[in-house]
Design a protein around this ligand. Structure first.
Ligand SMILES: NC(=O)c1ccc[n+]([C@@H]2O[C@H](COP(=O)([O-])OP(=O)(O)OC[C@H]3O[C@@H](n4cnc5c(N)ncnc54)[C@H](OP(=O)(O)O)[C@@H]3O)[C@@H](O)[C@H]2O)c1
Length: 300
């Protein structure tokens, strides 16, 4: 917590960030620090409207970022048995923050989820046809996804909100247990399905730039294209540990060890790519931002 001195390009900005103790919120603060952007973490709880109003009155931000939410520990199955707690933060809380920001004329950059879609006959697996920003969520198999889909739909009416559909986030910190790569290298068995994913090292700086450009609306916040579990594990073997081995299992077998079904999909990242033409494809981004910087093998 704390306000940093202004410097460089960020001098007229002041960010209020929710999610200080979280993965994405923590990375966002580090990035602001590196970029010399003045920021403060919010101390309010999302479901407590008065506490959000107090934060805004005290901090007078130019933009608000919401990286707070419940994702469940150890995973989203937690939300199945904690439905009211999930609603309190992810529904009541997120909507309260959007509403308070709108009242104050502030843009809210909201780290949401793309796990509200699943492959279907109009967007089949391996077809290259991804879900677009204006498509209606078709995956409500888990309580987490169901509430996130409802909130996304309601937030469409808030012209001050920038909804970023994050998916299966990956960072260059391979020791972080939340990192999708770390997760799948530690599982006893993994499914093998192509998915859209978000390389945080590339995309979080882009979200800051989106705030600077005052962009709003819904954005598929993933690198273009898809990558499968096995393709990532092959890269892991190539760059990190040549002796690494893993076992696959089917979706039907996976269903026996999880409580809520998981979403698998491709999101169409054309809108983001048009705004940021330098955006790398998922496989290029994995190599540049994650595997090359962590390389332990002598492979090319
Ligand atoms: N990680 C993923 O796989 C993933 C994927 C797609 C989308 N997302 C979305 O991105 C957002 C951030 O994810 P993350 O992985 O960084 O989450 P995280 O590591 O679990 O952190 C969540 C943060 O939210 C805060 N928080 C929870 N309830 C709150 C409340 N009622 N009021 C204020 N703060 C509250 C937590 O603070 P306390 O500890 O103080 O409660 C924590 O700082 C979430 O909305 C999540 O749904 C995540």
């Amino acid at each position: 917590m704390g306000i940093l001195a202004n410097s460089g390009s960020g001098s007229s900005l002041k960010f209020l960030i929710y999610g200080r103790t979280g993965w994405i919120g923590g990375l966002l603060g580090q990035l602001c620090q590196q970029q010399g952007i003045d920021f403060t973490y919010g101390s309010g709880r999302l479901e407590n409207r008065a506490s959000l109003e107090a934060d805004i009155a005290a901090i007078k931000p130019t933009h608000v970022f919401n990286a707070a939410g419940v994702t469940g520990r150890p995973n989203v199955d937690w939300c199945e048995s904690h439905k009211v707690e999930t609603i309190r933060t992810n529904v009541v809380g997120t909507l309260s923050l959007a509403d308070v920001c709108r009242e104050r004329g502030l843009i809210l950059i909201n780290y949401a989820t793309g796990c509200i879609f699943e492959y279907d006959s109009a967007h089949p697996l391996n077809s290259g046809i991804g879900f677009k920003e204006d498509e209606i969520p078709n995956f409500i198999g888990s309580f987490y996804s169901k509430t996130k889909a409802m909130v996304e739909d309601l937030l469409r009416n808030y012209e001050n909100v920038c909804t970023l559909r994050v998916r299966m986030p990956i960072s260059s910190d391979l020791s972080n247990p939340r990192n999708f790569i770390t997760k799948i290298t530690r599982y006893e068995k993994v499914v093998d399905i192509p998915n859209s994913m978000t390389i945080l090292d590339e995309l979080l700086p882009i979200s800051i730039e989106m705030a600077k450009r005052n962009l709003t609306g819904i954005w598929n916040f993933t690198n273009p294209g898809v990558v499968s579990h096995n393709e990532i594990l092959e890269m892991y073997k190539q760059f990190i540990d040549p002796n690494f081995t893993w076992k696959n299992f089917t979706l039907e077998e996976q269903a026996k060890v999880i409580i809520a079904p998981r979403s698998n999909n491709e999101l169409d990242a054309t809108k983001l790519k048009n705004e940021f033409p330098e955006l790398l494809s998922i496989k290029e981004s994995l190599i540049k931002y994650v595997f090359k910087p962590n390389q332990k093998t002598s492979a090319a």
